[in-house]
Design a binder for this molecule. Sequence first.
Ligand code: G1P
Length: 276
Amino acid sequence: MIKRCLFPAAGYGTRFLPATKAMPKEMLPVMAKPLIQYGVEEAVEAGMEIMAIITGRGKRAIEDHFDISYELEHQIKGTSKEYLLDDIRALINRCTFTYTRQIEMKGLGDAIYKGRVLIGDEPFAVLLADDLCHNEGGEGVLAQMAKVYAKYRCSIVAVQEVPDDQVHKYGIVSGKAIGEDLFMVDEMVEKPSPEEAPSNLAIIGRYILTPDIFDLIEKTEPGKGGEIQITDALMAQAKEGMVMAYKFKGRRFDCGSIDGFVEATNYFYELAKGGG
Ligand code: G1P
């Protein structure tokens, strides 16, 4: 039902300098796979085929990653290492990759707005590749959210409970519980102080958005940090109609931070060793 997934990938990745000086942060590998490839695999598992990537200066490696390297193919053909390209080849065959650049860093809302030309007038997913999610033995987060969308046909944000001293790092939502893991959003604040936070339900980097969000972003004034925040546009959407928050199943690693990145590496290493 949802065919397109948008990947905002224009950010500088300053927390990973100097590694990200000449390399996109989305290409940092956990084990041997770049973060953005985990994201694309999650979108494919959820039935999506068109990957719309918002890039910026210095991000060309992402485009090259999702393309054939003839020289490499030639070198590796028939060797014992050829299988290492199997997964990425399969993704390239199955998906269409489209790109546009965000010229200035004006916030996540602005980055998503830049994707309008790649999305058109359909519901779509948004995946922030540095939030790496894994649901061992079950469906990925986007696949879970696509099911919620099929039922409610409205924008949905993925949420997770965080400790009070962490709320200032996230968009925080509160709402009316509709089930064990679903809320109808009535408040949404970008990076509040613990006193301002309406709850401790934090948005993590997975969204399903209905296309009317683009007009709402257009009307959104710069918010926290002087940036156009998707959280503010979603709050406007919640007031007009309905936005859901979904408490997903699985783990999430904040691979935008060194701690989360190392945790993810250990987790996937143990999983691979255990044959998982
Ligand atoms: C963005 C969003 C925030 C959300 C977070 C999830 O913030 O603005 O609402 O909670 O992603 O990772 P960023 O981490 O880009 O500052």
